[in-house]
Ligand binder design. Structure first.
Ligand SMILES: C[S@@+](CC[C@H](N)C(=O)[O-])C[C@H]1O[C@@H](n2cnc3c(N)ncnc32)[C@H](O)[C@@H]1O
Length: 447
């Protein structure tokens, strides 16, 4: 009896924050069911139970939502990357906007009902970066893909509807070469083997491709022949970087890098400005939506030629360099050294002379200079308390807060709104088919 599967009938009434179906059974008990859409009724198998809810998987759908569509890729439910491949895109945008508005209201008491959401015309094949582990499945076959949620089992990907199509081709070529050259992927249990991860980036405008091979031991046999074969099969590859990560760790990249082919970086263009991108630098994954995001952020800032601005968490200097022609002076701060080297170089190659970039923790930076406008674009965890305190003390007239996590954004806004009026909020769908969304908030100092 113990192993008997529990099957229940449920009706989906909403989505969870991460895009799973939130369903209720006949007893009104909550069951989370991935890929079930609002209003759909289904038979689900209960996978596990918690105190306040259960988690199930669809066995059979009785009544289909009129917004259900066929997913574009065969891995859409298994790889865990997408939540909404089976949902009409206009409904996905509606849902993302609703969740973001609710979060801003619940955490920060902010009414964002007038906000716009900017989606993509073709919400597929937009990602310019992929990072996947290589390993072995239970049958000891070489696989690459994404980790199954809360495990290190690799769900193999054969296609991907949100990645640049080129990435999938290159990954397949790398797998074939590992097999034909009798090389090995890294085995997390034994610590043997070579290939741990592969990271690929492509410049949307330049079409230049960077491949980073993350290996346990940089001196693996026939590495030069491997790279020669790879670039001859995939001629768009502009550079191949070897990243050595010998540690037993979940951190993907190691510290030591060696360039095996090409210059070690690629270029791309955003809004007409040329950017050099290295393996360790942050670069937005959706080129076209990023241009929308930056245009919106800069437009909202209503910059003046006399302004001194700060681009905090600047990465390779993208926002500051694009905004530089509208202002007197740009200062950029970023904690990753390689990104700051790229930012300085990016100013040079574009002939921009009014930008200074500093490698520092952003929270240590706001001390001696007064800014007219501060752009903040922090990682998911949002702004730290020191930075927030420094920002409030600095009193810039305008703050443009760009955020990829509406929860931490709301937490920070609940503090900033005492000194700043929220003039506008907009959402930009940088990550179609997933539950993530980017927000731009325009704040003006209260008089
Ligand atoms: C969301 S990215 C934004 C980068 C850039 N604005 C862009 O759009 O390409 C956040 C950046 O913050 C940097 N970062 C993280 N913690 C930081 C800190 N404490 N101080 C400064 N920069 C930090 C990361 O390295 C990353 O480049």
């Amino acid at each position: 009896m113990k192993n008997e599967k529990e099957i229940r009938k449920v009706k989906c009434v909403d989505f969870t924050f991460d895009g799973q179906g939130l369903a209720k059974d006949d007893n009104n008990r909550v069951v989370f069911v991935p890929s079930l859409l609002i209003d759909e009724e289904a038979e689900v198998e209960i996978l596990y139970k918690k105190k306040d809810f259960d988690v199930g998987k669809i066995k059979k759908i009785f009544s289909f939502s009129k917004y259900r569509i066929n997913p574009k890729c065969p891995c859409s439910t298994s790889c865990g990357g997408c939540s909404f491949q089976n949902l009409d895109y206009s409904k996905e945008l509606e849902y993302k906007k609703k969740v973001a508005i609710q979060t801003l209201s619940r955490i920060a008491g902010i009414d964002a009902r007038g906000a716009n959401i900017y989606g993509m015309e073709e919400p597929y094949y937009y990602r310019n970066k992929i990072q996947v582990p290589f390993g072995y499945d239970k049958q000891k076959r070489l696989v690459y893909g994404f980790y199954k949620i809360k495990s290190h089992d690799i769900v193999p990907i054969t296609e991907c509807a949100i990645q640049s199509k080129e990435h999938v081709e290159i990954l397949k070529t790398i797998k074939d070469l590992i097999i034909s050259m009798r090389l090995r992927a890294y085995d997390e249990d034994t610590g043997h083997g070579t290939f741990r991860h592969v990271l690929i980036r492509v410049g949307k405008v330049t079409k230049e491709v960077m491949v980073v091979l993350v290996v346990k031991d940089a001196k693996f046999a026939s590495r030069h022949n491997f790279v020669k074969a790879l670039v001859s099969k995939c001629p768009n590859i502009k550079t191949v970087v070897l990243n050595e990560n010998p540690r037993k760790t979940n951190v993907i990249l190691g510290n030591k890098e060696e360039i095996l082919y090409g210059p070690g970086f690629i270029y791309d263009y955003l809004l007409g400005v040329k950017f050099k991108i290295s393996s360790k630098s942050f670069y937005q994954v959706n080129h076209d939506q990023c241009e929308k995001l930056y245009s919106l952020a800069i437009e909202k800032a209503a910059l003046k030629k006399s302004d001194t601005i700060l681009d905090a968490y600047c990465g390779i200097g993208t926002i500051g360099l694009i905004a530089s022609k509208n202002v007197k002076e740009v200062n950029g701060v970023e904690v990753v050294e390689e990104a700051i080297i790229d930012a300085k170089n990016n100013a040079k190659i574009n002939g921009i002379t009014n930008c200074n970039f500093v490698c520092k923790d952003a929270s240590e930076y706001l001390i001696d200079k007064k800014f007219d406008c501060v752009f903040v674009d922090p990682p998911r965890k949002g702004l730290d308390t020191n930075f927030l305190n420094g920002l409030i003390k600095n009193k810039p007239e305008k703050i443009i807060y760009i955020s990829c996590d509406v929860g931490t954004l709301s937490r920070d806004l609940s503090i900033l709104k005492k000194d700043y009026e929220i003039k506008s909020i907009d959402f930009v769908d940088m990550f179609p088919r997933t539950y993530h969304v980017e927000t731009v908030v325009n704040l003006i100092l209260r008089k």
